[in-house]
Design a protein around this ligand. Structure first.
Ligand code: HEC
Ligand code: HEC
Length: 559
């Protein structure tokens, strides 16, 4: 077996139609097709190890474009064939250049690739608004079910890879058409597959899909023009950070960012704690592409983590995940500690029971002025306060119900739920995919991670109506059950993996055929995910769906 680079799970290339280049002998013979090299390439957007190994002088991107790309791409007056007629994300550029290496024989060093990807992402990137709605692909939320208005688009273009990969690009009309030629030229079986053979795929792609994309995703847009003319938001300084990780809980802390002299990157350190009080800290580096695409690599308590965030003035939002297990991640939001940037990021605990008295921790920036809570929630006193944290004692009065804002002076953004009883429990995500792995194979297991969300009925007293409100994440007792009769017969519960009863973390079984299973099948399974939340003597149950399936052999930066 070819070993995957331990640094990341990203090997580019290949649809099901792609010629098999994964045999063990290929890697040794052909340095260009060495999967390890390319896996490293694909991780290079943020991988710290490789960044540090880079020569400090750095390779000039223009020199690389002229020296390495013009062998195949014609240049005239600074316009490069193919290259100049498109805009995309840093990951998008990385994938294209890595394809040049894997498929077209481009020879380029890691440092040259880094520099050219940075340059192209900066000069031919997407405006923040042009990534809206599709950031899940960059943030590696691989459980996201996609849905597109156009069935044609879904069948033609979002069946081998995500539709987001397409939506995160802008091109000149002829370059959308060249993209179609490239697909059929290199993945000839596109035409024979389902949703290819029932139509004249090539003609439809060329004459309908490509012109449609040229209209909806043109090369030149007002958004990009305006973004290029604007001053990018500041990143250096101190940021209050708040996050929520399914299967683990919330955390908050301070992230300190400073530009590394003479380098196009930033030193990052984080110091904070989980809501349960245990410390969380570490450091790393970040690169900001296109003026707002924050990509950082940190070691947090010894675990390599990545951040994929979008920077806005005074605010960063996105996701942080384990470098080697991107399903283990947290939604994060950060607010820059700067004058006038008043914001509440989180309130802990996020819910109170009617009549309950508690210490409430409000985290944010520029927290000055009075703490205001909803009517019915009594402020008993302020235990301590700073510009970034206010701790108050409160009591939820008998009349309080629902979710209400928590503000401190000018700072808004917080919310506190008050409930009398839990009326329903929802398993989040409702549907998830876990993947078998390990067991001597090069692909790691992909876990399923669940939260139990408690909900309460609104004023009408009925659950399942529009005024239901979300109370928050509760501790639960977790288990799995067969999803249907087939799963029962195949003993999926026994083979597909193990659900941790306390955390809601499901660890799938090993990859490969299992002699103990009917027809020696693998450890795939179809399971119900069951959460039980205790409420006095009563138990409130929630149910989700988990498919345990085969490894994701191709794991490019944009799915
Ligand atoms: C050995 C030849 C070769 C070299 C060198 C080469 N390319 Fe390419 N490039 C191609 C071919 C062939 C295509 C069209 C097929 C494809 O897209 O894979 C292409 C297409 C592209 C595209 C368009 C992809 C798309 O989806 O439309 C981009 C962007 C690109 N190359 C970037 C680069 C950059 C940047 C360099 C230099 C760092 C480079 N190439 C060097 C052969 C090359
Ligand atoms: C048969 C499977 C298949 C279908 C169908 C398909 N693609 Fe792709 N597409 C691929 C593969 C494989 C790649 C990745 C090539 C690489 O390694 O970079 C890709 C890459 C891309 C890229 C990134 C190219 C770059 O370098 O920037 C875009 C954009 C894209 N496809 C758009 C489309 C559109 C639009 C359609 C529908 C007209 C479509 N795809 C249909 C397999 C497919």
């Amino acid at each position: 077996m070819v070993s995957r680079a331990p640094l990341d799970g990203a090997v580019p290339v290949a649809s099901p139609a792609f010629p098999t280049r994964t045999h063990s002998h290929e890697a040794k013979g052909d340095p260009v097709l060495n999967r390890k090299t390319i896996a490293r390439a694909m991780g290079a957007l943020t991988v710290l190890g490789t960044m540090l190994a880079a020569t400090p002088a750095g390779a000039s991107a223009e020199a690389v474009l002229h020296g390495k790309c013009t062998a195949c791409h014609v240049e005239q007056d600074g316009v490069f064939s193919r290259i100049s007629n498109q805009r995309k994300t840093p990951e998008g550029w990385l994938m294209s250049v890595a394809r040049m290496q894997v498929m077209h024989g481009l020879k380029i060093t890691d440092e040259e690739r880094r520099s050219v990807v940075k340059y192209l992402a900066d000069t031919q990137g997407l405006a923040p608004s042009e990534t809206a709605g599709f950031r899940y692909a960059l943030e590696r939320r691989l459980n996201t079910p996609e849905s597109f208005e156009s069935e044609q688009f879904a069948q033609m273009c979002a069946r081998c890879h995500s539709g987001a990969r397409v939506r995160l690009q802008r091109r000149a009309p002829e370059d959308w058409q060249r993209l179609v030629h490239f697909h059929l030229g290199q993945f000839a079986t596109t035409e024979y597959q389902m949703w290819g053979r029932d139509r004249d795929w090539f003609t439809v792609a060329l004459d309908e899909v490509a012109p449609g994309l040229a209209r909806s995703q043109p090369l030149d847009t007002e958004a990009w023009k305006a973004w290029r003319a604007s001053t990018p938001p500041a990143v250096d300084g101190q940021w209050t950070v708040s996050g929520q990780m399914p299967g683990r809980g919330g955390f908050s802390g301070v992230m300190t960012v400073s530009t590394l002299a003479g380098k196009d990157r930033h030193a990052v350190s984080f110091e904070g704690a989980w809501d349960d009080g245990s410390a969380l800290k570490g450091q790393g580096q970040a690169v900001v592409y296109t003026g707002y695409e924050w990509r950082a690599d940190l070691q947090l308590d010894g675990t390599p983590m990545r951040q994929v965030l979008a920077v806005e003035p005074g605010l960063m939002r996105g996701r942080m995940f384990q470098r080697d297990h991107d399903e283990v991640g947290a939604d994060i939001v950060a607010s820059r500690q700067q004058a006038g940037n008043s914001r509440v990021l989180s309130v802990y605990p996020a819910y109170l029971k009617v009549g309950q008295e508690a210490e409430l921790r409000i985290v944010g920036t520029e927290l000055a002025g009075d703490v205001r809570l909803a009517e019915g929630i009594e402020l008993l006193g302020v235990a301590r306060r700073s510009a970034t944290e206010v701790v108050v004692r409160v009591r939820a009065g008998a009349s309080a119900r629902g979710v209400a804002p928590v503000t401190v002076g000018q700072a808004s953004g917080g919310a506190l739920a008050v409930f009398e009883r839990i009326d329903a429990v929802r398993v989040v995500p409702e549907f998830a995919v876990a993947r078998i792995g390990g067991n001597g194979t090069p692909t790691a297991k992909v876990e399923g991670r669940f939260d139990a969300e408690a909900w309460a009925a609104g004023a009408d007293g009925q659950i399942g109506t529009a005024d239901d409100y979300r109370i928050g994440v509760f501790p639960a007792r977790w288990s799995v059950a067969p999803f249907d009769e087939q799963a029962e017969r195949d003993k999926d519960v026994q083979f597909a993996g193990v659900m941790d009863a306390d955390s809601g973390v499901f660890v799938p079984g090993g990859a490969g055929p299992n002699p103990a299973r009917r027809m020696m099948t693998n450890n795939a399974g179809n399971l119900k995910v069951l959460a039980e939340v205790g409420q006095g003597a009563e138990v409130v149950r929630g149910e989700g769906h988990l498919i345990v399936t085969v490894p994701r052999w191709n794991n490019p930066p944009i799915p």
